[in-house]
Design a protein around this ligand. Structure first.
Ligand code: ATP
Length: 240
C-alpha cells in the first residue's frame, strides 16, 4: 500500500441543482491527521458524506487504500475500515452507552478484540465507563461527542472521518476532545480526516491542512505553515 491512505480526485457533488463541492482533490497520508477548514456551508460535510458513500458524486473518484470506492455503498466502506463520526454525533439515544459501543462493532467477529477496544475507549473517556448503563440520550453534548468517537473506534477503523467535533462544545471540552483525537492517532496509528470551522484547534492537532471556500480547495500546506500565513490568521484565526 502506498502512503496515500485516501485520495480524492476532482470530486464534484451536488444536491439537485446546488453544487456543493466543485472539483475537490486531496490526499490524506497514512497515519497522519489532515484537516479541511472552511466556514459554514463551504462544503466540508459534503466531502465527508461523499467519501463515506452517503452521497454519490457526479464526477471524480474516491480512492481508499489504493482501491476505487467511489461507487461503494456506506456499509461496504465501513467494512473496509473507513468510518465517519457524523456532525451532531447521532448516537442512538435510547440505547445505553455500552450498547452504542456494541453497535459500533457490528461488522466485527473478533470478540476478544472488541472487548479490548471497549476497555481502550473507556480508558480514553472514563466518564463513558461511569455512564455505561445510562441511556445515551441523557449524556451532555460533549459526552455524546466522546461516545460518537468511541463508537467509531469500535469498528476498528484504519481511518476516521471526523465532522466538526468542536460543534456546540465549550473551549475546555473541545481541547479535551482534540487531545484524545491526537492520542488515538498516535497510539493506534489511526489516520484521521477532520473537518472543522475551529481553525485554531484543527491547525494545532493536524499535520496537513486544506482550506475550502465555496466548494473549492483554495489553499493547502502543512499546518505549521498554514498557522503562519497572514490570510489564514486574519480570516480563520481571528488575528490581524
Ligand atoms: P456546515 O459547517 O454548516 O455543515 P459545511 O461546510 O459542512 O457547512 P455542507 O453542509 O457540505 O457545508 O454544505 C455545502 C452546501 O450544500 C451549502 O450551500 C449547503 O446549503 C448545501 N447543502 C447541504 N446539504 C444540503 C441538502 N441536503 N440539500 C440541499 N443543499 C444542501
Amino acid at each position: 500500500m502506498s502512503d496515500e491512505h485516501l485520495k480524492l480526485l476532482n470530486v464534484e457533488s451536488a444536491y439537485g441543482p446546488i453544487k456543493a463541492i466543485r472539483g475537490v482533490s486531496l490526499t490524506v497520508r497514512q497515519g497522519e491527521i489532515s484537516t479541511v477548514l472552511g466556514s459554514n456551508g463551504a462544503g466540508k460535510t459534503t466531502i465527508l458524506k461523499t467519501i463515506s458513500g452517503i452521497i454519490d458524486p457526479n464526477k471524480g473518484n474516491v480512492v481508499f487504500e489504493s482501491e476505487d470506492i467511489t461507487a461503494y455503498d456506506p456499509t461496504d466502506i465501513v467494512r473496509r475500515g473507513l468510518v465517519q463520526v457524523p456532525e451532531g454525533r447521532e448516537v442512538f439515544p435510547l440505547l445505553s452507552v455500552h450498547d452504542n459501543l456494541v453497535m459500533g462493532a457490528y461488522t466485527r467477529r473478533d470478540r476478544d478484540g472488541v472487548a479490548r477496544d471497549m476497555e481502550a475507549v473507556y480508558g480514553y473517556f472514563p466518564i463513558l465507563k461511569e455512564r455505561a448503563q445510562q441511556e445515551a440520550g441523557l449524556l451532555s453534548g460533549g459526552q455524546q461527542q466522546m461516545l460518537a468517537i468511541s463508537r467509531a473506534i469500535m469498528a476498528k477503523p484504519s481511518m476516521i472521518l471526523l465532522d466538526e467535533p468542536s460543534l456546540g462544545l465549550s473551549p475546555k471540552l473541545t481541547k479535551e476532545i482534540f487531545e484524545i483525537v491526537v492520542r488515538i492517532n498516535r497510539e493506534r496509528g489511526t489516520t484521521i480526516l477532520l473537518v472543522e470551522q475551529n481553525a485554531n484547534m484543527a491547525l494545532n492537532a493536524a499535520d496537513y491542512g486544506y482550506v475550502l471556500e465555496n466548494g473549492r480547495i483554495v489553499m493547502e500546506d502543512t499546518c505549521e505553515r498554514l498557522r503562519n500565513k497572514d490570510d489564514i490568521k486574519e480570516f480563520y484565526l481571528g488575528m490581524q
